[in-house]
Write a protein that binds this ligand. Sequence first.
Ligand SMILES: Cc1cc2nc3c(=O)[nH]c(=O)nc-3n(C[C@H](O)[C@H](O)[C@H](O)COP(=O)(O)OP(=O)(O)OC[C@H]3O[C@@H](n4cnc5c(N)ncnc54)[C@H](O)[C@@H]3O)c2cc1C
Length: 299
Amino acid sequence: MSRRVIVVGAGVVGLTCAVRLAESTDLLVDVLARDLPGENASALGPVPWLPPPARLGPEAAAWARLTRERLGELAEGSASPETGVVLLPGRLVGDGSPDGGRGDVQRVTAPVIFPVAYLRYLVRRLLAAGGTLTRMSLPTLPQRGLVLNCSGLAARALAEDLQVLPWRWQYLRVTDPGLGEWTAGSGVSIVPDRGLLAIAADDEPGTDEPHPDGRSLLARAVRLEPRLAGVEVSAHRAALRAHRPGVQLSVRHEQERTVLHCYGHGSAGPSLSWGCAEEVVRRVSSLVTAPAAADTGLW
Ligand SMILES: Cc1cc2nc3c(=O)[nH]c(=O)nc-3n(C[C@H](O)[C@H](O)[C@H](O)COP(=O)(O)OP(=O)(O)OC[C@H]3O[C@@H](n4cnc5c(N)ncnc54)[C@H](O)[C@@H]3O)c2cc1C
C-alpha cells in the first residue's frame, strides 16, 4: 500500500513542508486547503526575512538561520527569476523583530519574499515532486492516517488549541519617496514593491479599534522612517493571523491517526518556514520507519 501524508493548509508553512516531504520522502503528499495560495494570510504583501523574536527560543533561531540560507539560494540559483525571492539591501532597526525593534540600525542584505510569485513557485515545486493540491474545507482534521496540520489560525478549532488567538495585522501601499531599500523594526516592515512601498505590521497588542483605517500603522512607519511623512495611501487591508506564545511543532498519536502539528508561527511564518519543514521531514521520517507504523497499516 502506498503511504500517504495529508497536509492541511496551503499557506507558506503548509506548502514549504509539503514540498520538502514530497522531495525527500517516498510518501504521497496531498495538500488540502480551504483557501488556496494567494487567498490566505500568507499572501498579502512582500516581507523580508527577519530574525524571530527571542521569546521563540533557540530552536526557532536555528529554523530561521536555515530558512535564510534556503531563501538566499532561491534568490541566487538558476531558478531565481521565478521564485519570487530577491536579495535586497535594507535596514534592520534593533534586531528587526516585533519584540526588539528599537535601537541601533544595521545595514543588511536579506532575502525578500514576494508572496504571489513565491507561493506559485512552491506549488509548481510540489506538483513537480508528485504532490497534489486540492481546495477542501475540512470540518475536522482527517480521522485516519498521517496528518500534518498547518492550518494557521484555524488550529484553534481544528486542534482545539486555545493558546491560538486571532491577531490583526495591517497592510498599506503608499507612494515611494525614493527610499531604495527596505526597513524593518518595531514589528513594522517597509518594502519597495513595484514602484510603491508596501508597509505591514502587527497591530499593537491590546488594540481594540474595531475598524482600522491605517493611520496608526502609517504613524508607526513614519517613526521608523521619517521620509514617509505625507505619503499618499493607495491601498489598505487588514488580515488575521495566528498568535501563539510559541510555535507548536509536535506529534500526537491517536487511535487511527497520527497528527503532526505545525502552526502558531505568529508573524514569523515566512522566516521560519524552511527550518520547520526540515524538522517536519525529520519527524515524519522517524515515524514512518518506526516498527509501530508498519504494524498499524494506517498509511
Ligand atoms: C509575504 C508575507 C508577508 C507577511 N507579512 C506579515 C505581517 O506583516 N504581519 C504579520 O503578522 N504576519 C505577516 N505574515 C505572516 C503570516 O501572517 C503568517 O506567518 C503566515 O501566514 C503563517 O502561515 P501559515 O501557513 O501557518 O498560515 P496561513 O497562511 O494562515 O495558512 C493556513 C492554511 O490553512 C488552511 N485552512 C484553515 N482552515 C482549514 C480547514 N478547515 N480546512 C482546510 N484548510 C484549512 C487555510 O485555507 C490556509 O491555506 C506574512 C506572510 C507572508 C508570506
